[in-house]
Design a protein around this ligand. Structure first.
Ligand code: SF4
Ligand code: SF4
Ligand code: FES
Length: 364
């Protein structure tokens, strides 16, 4: 539940949500004011990083004076507005709407949207408000030809055409690789000329997977990892110095998938690049060094303890200092290291070896 945040006094006015008076300001939507009050309005096409599209109609609410229900994600509040977010009329609307979505959706044996490696928000909503049972229809949606890209898979039968993916690609990535294509019941998510993603401007950031509310877009590498079957471990990406936070999905002690922490929770605000999201195979690669190695008299590398390895390195460095002086030495650190590690590196250089020849790649 979000805590009330302070708004500038001169912009404040009052609105009423479910009979409770609360403060709002010019430009805020019903969804934003309600969220601040801890009032939950279901959404599917809305992602707080994107401009509201009002596409899915799941968030419809009653606004006094309005004949029709209005989309809470896009409807701007004004002074004195009276809003109702739960009523028989709204519940009936949701049941019919979920029923319509499910009529041409891929369902499991229980008649619910199938679970995928992405949290299926439509499934969660349908579990909360039982959908109206409607006869299943065969939707003639066009699927793009099988895409050869290594990371992203699209299943048109799970798509509700909310356009979160295309809007994310446009508004957050500024890439416009994917688009709503065709018309009417054939409408689907595609690319210009139905090209594979590798032949478009796509950066394979995977943000479209992350924002998709139904699992129609999933990760090819880990389609079978259901959220409930993995332990989530928060970590920091080590591919560059930005410090994006990652959620590692760990199955049987191994990283099986990487996602971004939820929007608004960490510095990367739900976003990741192709490396952070997909390039995790190195973690368990057989070529990785897992213990210190020392080159002995025979010229070969041999496993050693950390104590011995540090001692050998220290002796070697001190030998250079004695023979050639401190300024014959230079230390290079990396933006891939933590702040603490970089601090220790310059401490080692300046204090232990008495030289200011210390550099870090982010300084260039
Ligand atoms: S992976 Fe990123 S760049 Fe490619 S289509 Fe998805 S959002 Fe756009
Ligand atoms: S693929 Fe997902 S995000 Fe894109 S339109 Fe379909 S349901 Fe929405
Ligand atoms: S969440 Fe408001 S219309 Fe989709």
């Amino acid at each position: 539940m979000s805590e009330a945040r302070q708004l500038p006094e001169d912009e404040l006015f009052e609105v009423e949500i479910n009979g409770r008076t609360c403060e709002a300001r010019e430009g805020e939507t019903v969804f934003e004011v309600a969220a601040r009050q801890g009032v939950e309005i279901p959404v599917l096409c809305h992602d707080t990083r994107l401009e509201p599209a009002g596409a899915c109609r799941v968030c419809l609410v009653e606004v006094e004076g309005q004949r029709r229900l209005q989309p809470g994600c896009a409807w701007k509040v004004s002074a004195g507005m009276k809003i109702t977010t739960e009523s028989d009329r709204i519940e009936k609307h949701r049941r019919v709407l979920y029923g319509l979505y499910l009529a041409d959706h891929k369902l499991d044996d229980a008649g619910l949207p199938v679970e995928t490696a992405n949290a299926n928000q439509l499934r969660m909503l349908a579990e909360k408000t039982p959908p109206l049972q409607l006869e299943a229809v065969e939707a003639p949606r066009r699927g793009r030809p099988e895409d050869e890209n290594p990371y992203i898979k699209f299943d048109p039968e799970l798509c509700i055409l909310c356009a979160r993916c295309t809007r994310y690609c446009d508004e957050i990535e500024a890439v416009n690789a994917i688009t709503l294509a065709w018309r009417g019941s054939e409408t689907t998510i595609s690319t210009a000329g139905e090209r594979g993603l590798l032949d478009t401007s796509c950066e394979l950031c995977g943000g479209c997977i992350d924002t998709c509310p139904t699992g129609a877009l999933i990760e090819k590498k880990a389609p079978q990892i259901l959220p409930a079957h993995a332990e989530k471990v928060r970590s920091t990406c080590n591919f560059c110095g930005v410090g994006c936070q990652l959620d590692l999905h760990v199955v049987d002690g191994k990283v099986a998938k990487v996602t971004s922490p939820p929007v608004g929770e960490t510095v990367n605000d739900g976003n990741l690049c192709v490396k952070g999201r997909f390039a995790y195979d190195f973690v368990h690669h057989e070529d990785r060094l897992t213990e210190p190695l020392i080159r002995r008299e025979d010229g070969e590398l041999h496993p050693a303890s950390w104590e011995e390895a540090i001692e050998v390195a220290a002796k070697g460095l001190l030998g250079v200092k004695e023979r050639h002086g401190s300024d014959a030495m230079g230390f290079v650190s990396s933006s891939r290291c933590t702040v603490e590690e970089n601090y220790l590196m310059q401490k080692l250089s300046r204090t232990a070896f008495r030289t200011n020849n210390i550099h870090q790649c982010a300084a260039t």
